[in-house]
Design a protein around this ligand. Sequence first.
Ligand code: 48F
Length: 255
Amino acid sequence: MIDDIEVTRKIVDRHFREFSQRVENDVAIAGAGPAGLVAARYLAEEGYTVTIFERKLSPGGGMWGGGMGYPVIVVQDQSLEELHKVGVKTEEAGEGYHTADSLESVAKLLAGAIDAGARVFNLVTVEDVLYENDRVNGFVINSSPINMAGLHVDPITIRAKQCIDATGHDAEVCRIVEWKTGSLDTETGTIMGEKSMCAEIGEKTVVENTREVFPGLWVTGMCANAVMGAPRMGPIFGGMLLSGKRVAEEIDKKL
Ligand code: 48F
């Protein structure tokens, strides 16, 4: 016999047990796009407690839709390994390009992060940072449905030794930190703003721009280019994957 109340109890018990284990983390990541997922996998593989908070129901960010909704992504020779490591099948397309199914890519990057031990909480929006000892020391989070409805409900807070802004084009966490502290470690001290499409430059700079922009706060993926004033790139994802790897390597040196 199935007791509906037992089903409820099992969900509530497990969720709050797991959530309670993640209120103190080694690394917290805002956004489960490709950069955040790759960073989470590498850091979790090193044995760190890593939690991703993703605003939407589905992790994966801009990768699901490939280019203009055609579910195919492109990567270059240098980043091919990052897809193969999680078992994504790729097709050689000539001149150093490779293609992959965008749905398979998201599914396997997500599975790779979870299998390595990272925890993803979806439907959670990072709306501020925990600011302690002159550094970012965690995230202030709220339920996305509460946030989207504009309800006046106070958020809750989680702590992390290092925090990553992987929120993509909008650089949402950096925007909050810029607004509330008045300064980021960029050329201008502010968010410099994403530039128009140029994959040739954007794919390189997204890796170079992956770094700590405020004590305790790192940027990865499209957020790194948005903060540093570098170009966007289209549905070519090598830079996102390599940026996720880079932020994990840099944070590993700090922890
Ligand atoms: O946008 P997104 O995929 O960022 P990314 O990992 O990759 C960029 C590419 O998809 C693409 C591109 C490729 O060349 O340029 O745009 O840098 O994923 C960002 C994720 O962050 C979530 C958002 O829903 C998405 O899944 N997100 C954004 N703001 C918040 C957030 C927030 N405040 N709290 C939690 N999640």
